[in-house]
Design a protein around this ligand. Structure first.
Ligand SMILES: [Zn+2]
Length: 174
């Protein structure tokens, strides 16, 4: 592969249209790490609009600054969730991981609903943890004591301890 072609490929790797065609789970470890490093693609010139009666709504790109997990497909003219696109599989909220979200009228409430869903939180944690060799070893003993303390207070039974959200690193996409 030529250098120019390779460069184009790397530049495209975090884009929704590319990731819908080349599923994250099929990529090499090196490619996955590169997708994570690049983070969600935020196309400034994305044209998503919705006409309802006389009202014409257009997507405001300032949402990208407010919600780091938000990304968009230029081809589909639809919004997606980056961690759910990568780790969503066929379960969870497929609108945000497979088909794309277009209803601008209810955007604010749907964003709130999505980011508090269990599937989103799990996928955000998976992305946060991805590439870590051994989290337990890397987390300092002081922090582990914090987790133990927190876990005593948390009664919800989740796959991953909720305490993990206390560490700033994992707040990136939640
Ligand atoms: Zn999500």
């Amino acid at each position: 592969m030529s250098e120019a072609r390779k460069r184009t490929r790397v530049d495209n790797m975090n884009k929704v249209d590319h990731l819908l065609e080349h599923r994250f789970e099929t990529l090499s470890l090196e490619e996955k790490l590169e997708v994570k490093r690049l983070g969600p693609h935020h196309p400034r010139d994305i044209a998503i609009s919705q006409t309802a009666g006389k009202n014409n709504r257009a997507f405001n790109v300032e949402w990208f600054a407010k919600k780091k997990w938000l990304t968009a497909s230029i081809q589909k003219k639809a919004l997606f969730c980056f961690p759910c696109l990568l780790f969503g599989g066929s379960g969870g909220e497929v609108t945000w991981s497979r088909t794309g979200y277009k209803d601008l009228k209810h955007l604010s409430e749907r964003i709130t609903k999505h980011e508090s869903s269990n599937s989103h939180l799990d996928n955000a944690v998976k992305l946060g943890l991805f590439g870590w060799v051994n989290v337990a070893v890397q987390i300092g003993s002081a922090y582990r004591r914090g987790i133990d303390e927190h876990n005593r207070q948390v009664e919800e039974n989740r796959t991953l301890p909720r305490a993990v959200f206390r560490y700033p690193y994992f707040h990136e996409y939640t």
